[in-house]
Structures are given as C-alpha cells and as structure tokens.
Write a protein that binds this ligand. Structure first.
Ligand SMILES: C[S@@+](CC[C@H](N)C(=O)[O-])C[C@H]1O[C@@H](n2cnc3c(N)ncnc32)[C@H](O)[C@@H]1O
Length: 384
C-alpha cells in the first residue's frame, strides 16, 4: 500500500462520547467521519491512521478495514473471509491471532459463533495453503481481527491499537473506582475547558480528570509510550511511523497553543494516600508541574480566583460507599459550590439520580455516558 491510499477505519468509543469522538478524529485529519453506536467511522491513509493512534484521546481502539463483502448466511461468511483478503500477507502460520465479532445476520446471531466461523475459515485456508495453521492467542495475539455483521454485509478489520488505548501507562491499576482515561478525556472535552481558566476537582481520587485535562491543554500525545499492534503489520512503514511519533512529540508545549499560560489546575482528595498517588500519576504523565493536588476535605475547598470550571466524580454508592451515607456528602457539596463558586461552571458525573437530588441544584445539561457499564449522566450546572 502506498501512504496515499485511503481506507475505512472504525474507532471504538465509550458510549455517549460518539459525537465528541467524531469531532476529535475530524480535528486530527480523518475524513468522512460519522458517529455510530459506540463507534466512529472514518477514512484516512496510513500516515493519518498512525497520527490518530498516537494522538486521539477518546477511542479505546482504532481498527482498519481490510475488506467488506456481501454476507447473508454462514457459508457466505466462511467463503468471503477466505477470498476477500490476501491472508498469505496478513496471517502466515507463524503468527498468532484472535477473532472478535459484533453485529448479527440471520443464522449468525451469536457473536461467539460468528467469530468461530471466521477462525475456522482462516485456519482451514492456512492448512490448505501451508499444511499448518496459526495458533489462537486471546491475550497477546500478533493479529487481532474483527468481523462486523449487519445490513447483509460482513466487514473485516484489523485492530491497530493492541492493548486498549485508555491505558496510558501513567497510572498503576488501582482499586478506587478510577475513571478510564479516555472517558475522563471525553468528559473534559464536553466541558469546553480550554486551559485558559482554572480547573478544579474537589474529590479528585487518582486525578484522572485533571491529568487528562492538563495533557490535552499542553498537547501531550497520549500514545507515545504505547506498544501498538500495527507495528507488526505486513505493510508497517517505519519511516511514516517515525514521522508520526516525531509530530506527536512536537505537539507538546509548556503553555497553551495560543501562547497563553495554562491556568491553575488543582485537586483535593480526602484520602492522603490516594492524594499521594494522584501526584505520582500526574508526575508520571509528565504534567506534575501543571497540577497541584492537596489532601483535604472538599468542604474546606477554596477556589482559585475564577470563574473557572469545577469537575467531579463523587462516590455514588454503586461500587464504593453506601448510598444513605452519601446523601449528606452531596448536600454539602451543593452548599459548598453555591456558596463559594459563584460564576463557575460545575460538572458532576452522576451514577445515581437520588443522590444528585440532594445537591438541590438544577442541571442545565444532562449528557448520558457509560462509566464501566454503569449508566451515568455528566451533569452541567451554571453557578450564579
Ligand atoms: C469515585 S472517586 C473519584 C475517582 C476519580 N475521578 C479518579 O479517576 O480516580 C471519589 C473520590 O472522592 C474522595 N472523597 C470522598 N469524600 C471526600 C471528601 N469529603 N473530600 C474530598 N474527597 C472525598 C474519595 O476518597 C474518592 O477518592
């Protein structure tokens, strides 16, 4: 493939952030961008695909379409898989692989079964061609293949990301209900915060919202430390990849894109150990100097000179804390914000409408998002 050749791609996006994800991919140069269900479709070329992998903050993963063919039943799936892609190039028997399926067709309604059908088509083709077959590796495959069925078609794609892109690498896996990094980045994008006014999270936990916000404002590319599956593809272009890496590295700045300084970015966290961890995370993400994290109770929060943007993801009793005990916390949070943050925009991630009622405030926007499978709302309050 030449670098100019365009192909169709799919970004897997957290539910609720599809429109925001589409905007992000457009801004990074993707074309024909379309928000879908839990995904964004786009077109790009190899250089553009590399740029998206390294710089997009919202996707879990980015897939590249290899083929699309008419498919009405399982025999057509089996035959179509074998003839629509040059597997001698993409999947020689020494490489391991896995197959994931989504969507459905009449007679192919179970994604596990559809994936099995694709796997069988591939290994049968390999045995025919080489007398041996690839092994299946679910954890760390050389090639990860996705098949999507729907509308009388099968779409075959390969996953260029490898490990999920939300794992930026700055945060150890910790058990305190932290937000996924790509969800946090999307939530910040939805606030419209541009780095020129203060940003504060008075219940900041491991600091994910603040870290993603600072990285975004200072142009720090999320994928610089990631190992990408596309580096093992047969048409991997080392020169284009190096250029994409250089370009991503150069986008990092000490100030905002227009030269203004980054405004205060600050967090409060009740648990001293968690606050220490948040500071370590910010350091590891390369934005330790941009963020100040104190350990303390939000009830003693003193906002910097604003107005600015207040974000938070308080406990909501689904995974940590007890719902009844949490009502007073929400009531105090509402009081604190109304008393001290006049003129600020306040955004709160709610997983429990009863608890947010205790804020005694009226949301001006309610954006549905999913946080680890929990149906949540990203609520906006304009504080008068
Ligand atoms: C759901 S977690 C926030 C997770 C965070 N968004 C992240 O990604 O790590 C809620 C946090 O609020 C903290 N918290 C609870 N009560 C608090 C209070 N009164 N003042 C400040 N922080 C508090 C908890 O210790 C916990 O870390």
């Amino acid at each position: 493939m030449t670098e100019q050749m365009q192909f169709q791609g799919t970004a897997v996006i957290p539910p609720g952030l599809e429109a925001c994800g589409a905007e992000e991919l457009s801004a990074l140069g993707a074309t024909d961008v379309k928000a879908l269900h839990r995904a964004v479709g786009f077109r790009t070329d190899l250089a553009g695909f590399y740029r998206l992998q390294l710089q997009a903050r919202l996707p879990f993963r980015l897939l590249r379409q290899l083929a699309v063919f008419p498919c009405r039943h399982r025999e057509e799936l089996y035959a179509g898989v074998q003839r629509s892609v040059d597997w001698s190039e993409w999947l020689p028997p020494e490489l391991s692989f896995r197959v994931d399926a989504s969507g459905s067709l009449p007679g192919l309604t179970h994604s596990h079964y559809s994936a099995l059908q694709v796997k069988n088509a591939l290994v049968d083709w390999q045995r025919e061609r080489w007398g041996e077959r690839s092994s299946v590796d679910l954890d760390n495959p050389d090639l990860s293949i996705h098949v999507h069925l729907g509308g009388g078609q099968a779409r075959l794609s390969v996953d260029g990301s490898g490990e999920s892109l939300h794992r930026r690498g700055y945060r150890p896996r910790m058990g305190l209900a932290p937000l996924k990094e790509n969800l946090a980045a999307g939530l910040i994008r939805l606030t419209g915060w541009d780095g020129s006014v203060p940003l504060a999270d008075p219940l900041c936990g491991s600091g994910t919202l603040l870290i993603e916000a600072a990285c975004m404002a200072l142009g720090r590319a999320p994928g610089l430390d990631h190992r990408f599956a596309l580096e093992r593809w047969p048409d991997f272009n080392g020169q284009l990849w190096t250029q994409a890496l250089e370009q991503a590295g150069q986008s990092e700045r000490q100030q905002l894109a227009d030269g203004r300084p980054l405004a205060a970015v600050m967090g409060l966290e009740l648990d001293g150990e968690v606050a220490d961890q948040a500071r370590a995370n910010a350091e590891a993400a390369g934005v330790g100097d941009a963020i100040s994290i104190q350990s303390g109770d939000f009830r003693s929060f003193q906002p910097p000179e604003g107005p600015g943007v207040l974000v938070c993801n308080p406990p909501y009793g689904e995974r940590i804390g007890d719902r009844d005990a949490l009502e007073p916390l929400y009531a105090d949070l509402g009081r604190m914000v109304k008393e001290r943050c006049s003129g600020w925009d306040f955004w709160l991630l709610s997983g429990n409408p009863e608890l947010t009622g205790a804020l005694k405030m009226k949301a001006s926007r309610r954006i549905p998002v999913s946080n680890g499978g929990i149906d949540c709302r990203w609520l906006h309050y304009a504080i008068h």
